[in-house]
Design a protein around this ligand. Structure first.
Ligand SMILES: *Cc1c(COP(=O)(O)O)cnc(C)c1O
Length: 434
């Protein structure tokens, strides 16, 4: 399979380059030249398949030409080492729990698949692969966990000093081994700028064999389409779900669109955002206006220029009308989000993180105008990852902390502090990366 840049159809590369380069040199995004579909032999039996079998079929549709079957099976089985159950709160009101992985957020699916695919694509090479990633919270933890102890790889995580939660910081800094954390005296944008700069300095990037692990990497997107199919088959036969996706960079929603293109029957998608409502505004007005993000309690969705918007748009032939017919946007403020957290607990005894609460508000609004529909709201993180908000809304200590998160609290933080300028970062890389 060949991949092209969304900015330039004639810039074509193979799988290895699309994954390891992550971003085309013209700053577009990689897309496969032909979007695969699954045939009637799959859709004839999909409701009886296991999660692993669904994952293997979808991964095969995208990567089967380039990755031998037994390797692909290992990559998929290694990724899906935990479940993604659908929980029903009330008739037609379903939640897809995506937080049962090692770092308790849906990003585990993409990061685990990417780590295994990258290790496969670089096997037999004697150069170590250096994965650079800037994080504002969940991404860094998922990437660190996914690459920890993967031979031939090393991960450098840049995070803004004092701007990630205590437990999130431990997820980045306590693993050791091939994972190194750099605490940058600046903002998330400063961290991202340093990562970009390292890639643009071709000499640095080549010498250090750098690759990126951010959500524009196609290998993070594809495994996220597995669980849309797996979720739909958990509903009664013939029910077409409305998927509700709490969104920031829109990778998760784009993965849902890929599942639909593969042939999954989907009634509609709801793009649920906090006050960073660039995409809902586009769906309303037809004008796309990125702007600086504002801080909210659902901070993993505080994105003002969603990096996957271009990919979403190309999936609809860049037609606003076509996108509107499949996707509706809704945006909610922090006070409504807090009220939803309390309401879900009171009505259903169910605890959700602030991101999932934004999604559930969108589902509720949809039900009020579309009675009888079946929504599946993606629960993107475990509530225990956001103890401040949960304590404020439900009472201190009400949300039980899963053991894999709790044990981190006692681990030692290991991080190197650097200023936000390029030269010290470049010198650190030169001194520490062979
Ligand atoms: C990353 C993240 C999101 C946003 O997902 P996108 O794919 O960037 O739209 C939502 N919720 C949580 C908890 C996240 O970590």
């Amino acid at each position: 399979m060949k991949y092209h840049s969304t900015n330039n159809l004639s810039h074509q590369v193979g799988l290895k380059e699309a994954i390891l380069r992550s971003l085309p040199p013209d700053n577009g995004l990689y897309m496969p030249n032909t979007l695969p579909a699954l045939g009637s032999d799959f859709w004839g039996k999909w409701r009886d398949l296991s999660f692993g079998e669904i994952g293997f079929a979808v991964a095969g549709a995208f990567f089967g030409e380039d990755v031998p079957e037994e390797n692909l099976r290992e990559i998929v089985d290694g990724t899906l080492a935990f479940e993604a159950p659908v929980v029903t709160l009330a008739p037609g009101d379903h939640i897809l729990e995506l937080f049962h992985g090692p770092t308790l957020a849906f990003k585990d699916f993409g990061a685990r698949f990417m780590a295994r695919l990258m290790a496969h694509l670089t096997r037999g090479e004697n150069r170590e692969l250096t994965v650079l990633v800037a994080t504002s919270g969940d991404t860094g933890g998922a990437v660190a966990s996914a690459f920890h102890n993967v031979p031939g790889t090393r991960v450098i995580i840049l995070y803004p000093k004092g701007k990630v939660s205590g437990l999130q910081e431990k997820q980045l800094t306590a693993l050791g081994g091939n994972i190194t954390a750099l605490e940058i005296e600046g903002t998330f944008d400063d961290c991202q700028a340093l990562v970009k700069k390292a890639f643009l300095e071709r000499e640095v990037a080549e010498r250090m064999n750098l690759t990126s692990a951010n959500s524009i990497n196609l290998s993070r997107l594809v495994p996220q389409s597995f669980y849309y199919i797996h979720a739909a088959r958990q509903l009664s036969e013939g029910v077409e779900p409305v998927f509700v996706v709490p969104s920031g960079n829109f990778g998760n929603l784009t993965a849902g669109l890929l599942a639909m293109k593969l042939g999954l029957p989907v009634r509609h998608f709801l793009a649920a955002t906090n006050r960073n409502d660039v995409v809902p505004a586009y769906l309303e007005t037809g004008t796309y206006t990125p702007r600086p993000s504002v801080a909210t309690i659902s901070n993993a969705m505080d994105v003002g220029a969603p990096s996957n918007f271009v990919r979403m748009s190309t999936l609809f032939g860049n037609s606003w009308d076509a996108m509107k017919s499949a996707v509706s946007g809704m945006s909610f403020g922090d006070e409504e989000t807090r009220a939803a957290i309390r309401e879900m607990k009171a009505l259903h005894g169910y605890e959700v993180c602030p991101h999932t609460a934004v999604g559930w508000l969108a589902a509720k609004q949809w039900h009020s105008t579309h009675p009888g529909s079946s929504t599946i709201t993606l629960a993107t993180a475990h509530p225990a990852k956001f103890p401040d908000v949960m304590d404020e809304e439900l009472g201190k200590g009400m949300v039980e902390i899963p053991e894999r998160l709790a044990i981190l609290a006692d681990r030692e933080k290991m991080a190197t502090t650097l200023p936000k300028d390029w030269e010290p970062f470049r010198d650190w890389l030169a001194a520490n990366i062979a």
